[in-house]
Design a protein around this ligand. Structure first.
Ligand code: ADP
Length: 611
């Protein structure tokens, strides 16, 4: 007689993967190991692209940026205990930047809690300061509801980080397929609609905003990465072009409307914020980046109109007018309201003229500095060459990733953003070490774009630099050795662990063949070379290098070649130009090691007052 095989049992790992896939998650970043390896494998089999890192911190930064770029939660998968702790870096970065992200972590066996199980930790408590919502599936039947709720919470209201805890025993529990389908259907049905709904916009506030803008003498429109996240570029462009109001993007708001737009006040920032009388602030917080909206940078009489999805944000800043709602919808409504009785400042309006003239003056002054060819390189000479090379790529414009003190500072004023969401930098939290994770996220989120990272050697070194400390690298570039990605390799080659752990980003770049060109501004240290006065250095460790110093002339370009990528060393304009031309057209992983005069940078870049 014919005996039918019983339907395959679904374990917790498989059920989580099924639910993620049903929730529309199609990318995951992480590091596998006990107890989540099979979760990653199952997810991959269901069509989720799993980008396997070596270090959860960078994978978490990637997940956070992926959430920002796609407006869908970026997922970080980690192992229990230490894996979860490493993942907190990414989760906290998502929280600080208001980007949607989910940390999914395996955890130890529930029946052994408190007895010192393998990698045991109260992970729900550990993630608390950095997550807006967390769920623990204490039984396999709770998985579907838990997965859908962390997904919905990540994007609800102000986006942020959420956490899903999956105990080992739950991942190993099984149910049959029909039961799994029943639970998924039930959880989908009971999804909290209120979470996904956008707040209703108060029309009387739209009218009030229009009155304020209409009667302002010196209006300004400020937009930030919340507006970029909301994809407000079309609505903002319409509003700006119909009213002629000058615009000021925050660093990551850059490109929402091109930096080259004639109303761009970026080069006249001090005048614009110091003199405006009404500022419409869209998806940007009046935090340190915007000088808290207070004197002396802003006029004490400025009337703020704040547009934000987060009610607490509006309450905190106490603006003249707060409009709760999605940036794109609110800006669209303001534009519509104005259209009935249009007004436009026009090119000859004294305010528009003042901002334009000041901007032109400052740009001309900067161009004089940029046109001086300084070798050994200062920061400006290579930055101008890089700016022109990036502009030369055209559309779709490259995503620019930028970090470091001087490098990010100079880059922000020199590099030009022409398209939305093409700038990723240290962000609200000033997080350094994000660069390579962001590169990988950008390449995964926008496969049609080249990714160009302009990194200080210190920012870059968070993920790559410590290799200089290690003599464990034995020159063996056997690909099995370095390209293996399972735990066994890590154990077998623990003597080379520091090498293995620290040069992973290239390996990840090369392994997935992502079109990422990393440019390292190599000035031999944090802020620059050792500038201490030798007379002031005393004590038993006086011969140690300065806390700010790295090995001078480090050969970062050689690191990537160990993995089959392309490395360039550039100390002159011609060398840099040819490295950029070649690597931009190859669209393959590359590192350009740019030698900068170690005395060229300023301490803390230009953020001196914060140090
Ligand atoms: P920036 O660093 O560019 O100044 P911030 O991260 O400080 O930007 O501020 C972004 C703001 O945008 C946050 O207060 C966040 O609540 C808000 N925000 C996020 N999504 C939206 C949206 N869809 N519409 C309006 N505001 C949003």
């Amino acid at each position: 007689a014919h005996v039918k095989n019983p339907p395959p049992a679904i374990d917790g790992n498989a059920l989580v993967s099924m639910c993620l896939s049903r929730a529309g998650i199609d990318r995951m970043f992480g590091v596998v190991g006990i107890p989540v390896t099979s979760l990653a494998n199952r997810a991959q089999a269901l069509g989720v692209r799993f980008i396997a890192f070596h270090n959860e911190q960078s994978a978490g930064y990637a997940a956070s940026a992926y959430g920002y770029l796609t407006a869908r939660p970026g997922v970080l998968l980690t192992v229990s205990g230490p894996g979860c702790v490493h993942g907190l870096a990414g989760l906290s970065n998502a929280a600080a930047n208001a980007w949607p992200m989910i940390l999914i972590s395996g955890s130890s066996d529930q029946s052994l809690t408190g007895r010192g199980d393998f990698q045991e930790l109260d992970q729900i408590a550990a993630v608390k300061p950095f997550s807006k919502f967390s769920a623990k599936a204490t039984d396999i039947t709770e998985i579907p509801k838990s997965v859908f709720s962390v997904v919905d919470w990540a994007v609800a209201g102000r986006p942020g980080g959420t956490y899903l805890d999956l105990p080992t025993d739950v991942l190993h529990q099984t149910i049959d397929e029909s039961e799994a389908e029943r639970l998924i259907a039930e959880a989908l049905k009971s999804r909290d609609k209120a979470l996904i709904e956008k707040p209703r916009i108060d029309n009387s506030k739209i009218k009030k905003a229009v009155e304020l803008l209409r009667s302002a003498q010196r209006p300004l429109i400020v937009f930030g990465k919340g507006a970029a996240y909301a994809k407000s570029e079309n609505e903002l462009t319409k509003l700006v072009e119909s009213t002629g109001i000058p615009i000021l993007p925050t660093p990551m708001g850059k490109g929402l409307i091109s930096d080259k737009h004639e109303l761009a006040a970026t080069a006249a920032r001090s005048l614009a914020i110091g003199k405006c009388d009404v500022a419409l602030v869209v998806g940007a917080r009046l935090n340190w980046l915007l000088h808290f909206g207070e004197p002396p940078k802003w006029s004490k009489d400025v009337k703020f109109i704040i547009v934000d999805v987060c009610e607490e944000e509006i309450e905190l800043r106490k603006p003249f007018l707060g409009i709760l709602g999605d940036a794109t919808e609110v800006v669209g409504m303001i534009h519509k309201e104005i259209k009935d009785d249009p007004f436009c400042l026009g090119k000859t309006h004294p305010w528009v003229e003042a901002v334009r003239n000041k901007g032109k003056d400052n740009v001309a002054k900067m161009e004089v500095q940029l046109s001086k060819v300084v070798v050994p390189f200062n920061f400006l000479t290579p930055m101008k060459i890089i700016r022109d090379a990036i502009l030369g790529v055209g559309s779709p414009a490259p995503v620019v990733v930028s970090e470091g003190a001087n490098t990010m500072d100079v880059g922000r004023s020199v590099l030009v953003q022409t398209e939305p969401r093409t700038r990723l930098d240290a962000g609200t939290w000033g997080t350094m070490g994000v660069g390579l994770g962001y590169c990988i996220a950008a390449a995964v989120a926008s496969p049609d774009r080249l990714v160009v990272a302009v990194e200080g050697d210190s920012g870059f070194g968070f993920s790559a630099m410590e290799v200089e400390l290690s003599d464990a690298y034995d020159g063996n570039t056997n690909t099995d050795y370095y390209f293996g990605s399972n735990n066994l390799n890590l154990q077998c080659f623990s003597s080379a662990k520091s090498v293995y752990a620290f040069i992973w980003p290239f390996q990840t770049l090369v392994r997935y063949q992502l079109p990422v060109v990393v440019i390292v501004f190599n000035n031999g240290g944090v802020y620059g070379g050792d500038r201490r006065n030798p007379d002031e250095i005393t004590g038993p460790y006086k011969d140690d290098p300065a806390p700010t110093s790295f090995v001078p002339g480090a050969a970062y370009h050689v690191l990537i070649e160990a993995f089959g990528g392309k490395g360039y060393l550039a100390g002159t304009p011609d060398e840099l130009k040819s490295a950029l031309a070649e690597s931009f057209s190859a669209r393959k992983p590359a590192v350009i090691n740019v030698t900068i005069d170690p005395y060229a940078g300023a301490e803390s870049g230009r953020l001196q007052h914060k140090n």
